[in-house]
Design a protein around this ligand. Structure first.
Ligand code: ADP
Ligand code: MG
Length: 724
């Protein structure tokens, strides 16, 4: 329901709301991973040989011995039943940023009508959801409906509980009958494998003989908004599109900087504690929580984990945040830009690569100039971002993320690398052909004797950079808050794999020409930084000078919208990258372009339709009512000899006429469907539909400030952001 009555009711409901009943706090040790079928639980419940085999697959990537599946399934079922689960679900990640699950009961009906619980290795290992309703980007026709899910042993099974029951959830990949990946997990596992292989080559050339599997790690910082559900229910835009399509700015926004890291409001803290408790049960290491920059905006960051597990956990985290918010009468908005005029939300993806024998390969140590292993891996990242920057941009290209990128609150759409002063200097030395030393970070002496003197980090942070080195990892800061982190991780691991292969090839060739290892390394690094140093930038990424310099002098791409960025997925060099590293076949890659292009178009069309309907059925009637009341009052006053200025009347009438004219143009634009290509359709959305939506909004937001508040049909920014 919308309208002013709903708005008033919403405020009343919130004012009279009862606090959530307090729960007795539990200890971390009793909560931690209690709903996860962990290695420790497997060790307890599996025969020794079976356990060893599963553990080997998980820890070293060794092939899964399918003959053990029955034994594992039995143990998993017993554990799940002991937790009250009656159902199990293969959980998979279709190409929509969402999580999908098909639930089946453990029930098996016997000949005599009785039932038993049954769960065999066969159903643990493989499922067959009818995949025809998931986007497949032309991989299958609808009559070829078969899709398979297959157990991913490397991501632990867990229990999802509701107040009334529990379900055993098994992370899986999702592929078509013809074997093509229809999901986000399969390419991530493949990209990791390609990176591992390439990293091995480089580490071997550096003389290592004991090399454990190299894996990538991910720690994702999740920003989100919380708005009371009463308000969301009376805002069709928030309900269906996750962002406000209308709404005048409140008098107060984030200009006082009083929300960032401020004391967390009690209602929110109760919500956070509830969510964190569930995350702990699910073995998700929630670590940091705080208020973000905008009013109503918060952040949660779990401790980093192996990329595949972190990705599954990220999906779960989004689900837990949304579900828990609902229980607390709130709605968790994961949209990148729910409110105009205040900051939007991102998801910083912290990423590093390493293994058990050589440690974090992106850790420079205290003297990076003498750490050639680090320099080669860091250099490989630089080369990768330079060569495949547009691909990284495409990996974060969504209709919603376009509202944030380049808007002086998030990095621009130009992909560059920030290294910090110490590493800038080392790579500068390399380009001069000689490495002599590392700049010292120095100590921080505050001159107050009671305070400790501490060492500074060797480089400052740069929040304007999309891809920043932050001490022992890179932070991809342009990822959208509502996105799966799988796509960005696939892009990062794949471009790194390609670069590490280049490093290995170049080292091999330098060595075969008789150079000693140190000389071969320096030569390789110099060649790399001479060719790719243009992507390194330490200055202000928000500045207009950088945007000009990046494109004109450095030849970097500035793909402003997703409509500009997504076609990169069709470029020959991107297709070659993915197919030569066996991450995505040309068909799989093409399907991704089709799907993401379609999602972009659909997202904008849904919003545009909402703009039309909210303007016609909400704003127009309210303004007309105000105009009629106002004109009646003005006439009756005039009849009584009191003459009020009628200028507001005509001003409002003309604003309304302009609004409706924009809305008509938008309606007409929405009827266009004859586009030669998805690219053309996307450009039409970016260049025609979006500007028309903005135009309509501008008139509507002005009207919001002109007519009687008691008639305005939608909860205002002031209400949504400040009433909790
Ligand atoms: P901030 O960037 O705000 O200082 P933190 O230091 O808390 O944040 O780290 C942000 C995220 O980076 C966390 O999820 C953290 O676990 C993760 N992180 C830390 N070290 C690494 C690493 N080596 N590889 C990947 N992620 C990491
Ligand atoms: Mg950070």
């Amino acid at each position: 329901m919308t309208g002013n009555t709903a708005r008033v009711q919403a405020v009343q409901n919130i004012t009279n709301r009862c606090a959530m009943p307090a729960k007795a706090p539990e200890t971390l040790s009793s909560l931690w991973a209690s709903d996860v079928f962990t290695l420790a639980k497997m060790k307890e419940s599996l025969p020794k040989e079976v356990f060893k085999s599963v553990k080997k697959t998980i820890e070293t990537g060794a092939g899964l011995d399918v003959s053990i599946a029955d034994v594992v399934a039995l143990a998993m079922k017993d554990w799940a039943l002991s937790k009250g689960a009656l159902y199990y679900a293969h959980v998979f990640y279709p190409l929509t940023n969402a999580t999908a699950e098909k639930h089946d009961s453990f029930i098996s009906v016997q000949g005599d009508g009785s039932v038993i619980s049954e769960f065999s290795g066969k159903v643990l290992v493989q499922g067959e959801p009818d995949g025809s309703s998931f986007p497949n980007g032309g991989i299958r026709s609808t009559f070829e409906a078969r899709g398979y899910t297959a157990w991913d042993v490397t991501s632990p099974a867990y229990i999802m509980t509701t107040d009334n029951g529990a379900t055993l959830c098994i992370p899986t990949v999702f592929v078509s009958w013809t074997g093509e990946a229809l999901d986000k997990k399969t390419p991530l596992l493949r990209a990791n494998a390609a990176m591992n292989k390439a990293a091995h080559r480089v580490l071997s050339l550096l003389g290592h003989t004991d090399i454990a599997p190299v894996n990538s790690s991910c720690g994702a910082e999740q920003e989100y908004f919380l708005v009371d559900a009463n308000f969301v229910n009376s805002r069709p835009d928030l309900l269906l599109a996750g962002r406000t399509l209308f709404g005048a700015a409140a008098a107060k926004g984030q200009q006082f900087d009083d929300h960032y890291f401020g004391a967390i409001p009690e209602r929110i803290q109760v919500f956070m504690q509830d969510a964190e408790e569930q995350l702990y049960r699910l073995g998700i290491p929630a670590k940091t929580r705080h208020n973000e920059v905008a009013p109503g905006q918060f952040e949660i960051a779990p401790f980093f984990e192996a990329a595949n597990v972190a990705t599954d956990h990220q999906q779960l985290l989004m689900t837990v945040l949304k579900n828990t918010a609902k229980k607390h009468g709130l709605v968790c908005l994961l949209h990148e830009k729910p409110f105009k005029g205040i900051n939007g939300s991102g998801k910083h993806v912290n990423w590093s690569v390493g293994n058990a024998t050589q440690g974090n390969l992106l850790d420079p140590g205290s003297t990076p100039h003498s750490n050639s292993q680090f320099l080669l891996f860091c250099g490989a990242v630089i080369r990768g971002v330079h060569k495949y920057g547009p691909l990284l941009r495409a990996a974060i290209a969504t209709a919603s993320n376009d509202h944030r990128l380049g808007a002086n609150e998030a990095p621009p759409a130009i992909m560059s690398v920030y290294l910090g002063s110490q590493l800038d200097n080392v790579f500068e030395q390399i380009s001069h052909g000689e490495i002599t030393g590392s700049l010292n970070a120095g100590v921080m002496d505050l001159g107050i004797t009671t305070l400790p003197v501490f060492t500074k980090d060797s480089g400052d942070r740069n929040r304007t950079s999309p891809f920043a080195f932050t001490g022992n990892r890179f932070e991809f800061r342009a990822v959208g808050s509502g996105q799966s982190v799988a796509g960005p991780l696939v892009a990062m691991n794949t471009l790194l794999a390609d670069s590490l292969n280049w490093v290995a090839d170049t080292l091999e060739s330098n060595l075969s020409q008789g150079a000693d290892l140190d000389t071969a390394i320096l030569k390789t690094l110099k060649e790399l930084i001479d060719a790719h140093g243009a992507v390194v930038f330490s200055g202000n990424g928000y500045s207009a000078e950088w945007h000009k310099m990046a494109v004109e002098e450095r030849g970097l791409a500035n793909l402003r919208t997703a409509a500009d960025a997504l076609p990169v997925l069709k470029e020959a060099y991107v297709e070659e990258l993915f197919s030569k590293l066996c991450v995505l076949s040309p068909i799989e890659l093409a399907s991704r372009f089709e799907i993401y292009a379609e999602q972009y178009i659909l997202a904008i069309e849904v919003e545009a339709k909402l703009v039309v309907s909210m303007a016609k059925t909400g704003i127009y009637p309210a303004v007309v009512k105000y105009l009629s009341e106002l004109s009646a009052t003005l006439s009756s006053l005039k009849a009584n000899g009191v003459e009020l200025d009628s200028a507001p009347l005509s001003h409002i009438a003309s604003l309304l006429a302009s609004l409706m004219a924009s809305v008509e143009k938008l309606s007409a634009a929405l009827k266009q469907h004859d586009f030669a290509t998805p690219e053309a359709h996307m450009q039409f959305c970016a260049q025609t539909i979006r500007p028309l939506m903005d135009e309509a909004r501008q008139y509507a937001d002005t009207l919001e400030g002109e007519i009687a508040d008691e008639l305005w049909p939608f909860p205002t920014y002031q209400e949504m952001l400040f009433i909790k």
